[in-house]
Write a protein that binds this ligand. Structure first.
Ligand SMILES: [Zn+2]
Length: 159
């Protein structure tokens, strides 16, 4: 999936979680956007890869694309690191939720992800699409509509 789809996926996931939790919705959504971009650090052409070129190159060389940074192991390690160093739980929850949204969206692509890394099993959903395809545009549009609705709900809740 493209960076923009991941951003909107992160927003939708963060807003959805804001409905069922007491975390700060603004911090939650901001963090979930960051979390939704983080896994593609393994890919030099991605938004985050272009921002952190050297880290991206190293991660790509060591692990390859869509393996370690797209795995439950990485999610688990991030959870431990963030629980240790970040006291704001809204940030931790947001980043993790954003990462999960990224995994789910990439599982909806033909290439899938190595969710169980270091096992070399490719995990994908039964229905998949290609990155940048018309179907991806439909997915992004649906996520946008969901986000607008959820944002409205969140704002109403805040007032
Ligand atoms: Zn990815």
């Amino acid at each position: 999936m493209t960076g923009n789809t991941h951003i909107i996926g992160g927003i939708a996931a963060g807003l959805a979680f804001a409905q069922v939790s007491n975390y700060d919705p603004i911090v939650l959504v901001g963090s979930s956007i960051a979390g939704a971009l983080l896994p593609d650090i393994c890919h030099g052409g991605s938004k985050i890869g272009r921002t952190f070129r050297i880290t991206s190159k190293i991660v790509n060389k060591v692990f390859g694309h869509r393996s370690f940074t797209h795995s439950l192991l990485f999610l688990f390690l991030m959870a431990i690191v963030m629980n240790t160093y970040i006291s704001n739980e809204s940030i931790t929850a947001g980043v993790l939720i954003g990462m999960v949204s990224h995994y789910v969206l990439d599982m909806a692509t033909k290439n899938g992800i190595k969710l169980l890394f270091p096992l070399k099993i490719t995990v994908r959903l039964p229905l998949t699409t290609r990155t940048g395809s018309k179907v991806e545009n439909v997915v992004a549009t649906v996520l946008t509509i969901c986000s607008v609705y959820l944002a409205y709900q969140t704002i109403m809740h805040l007032l």
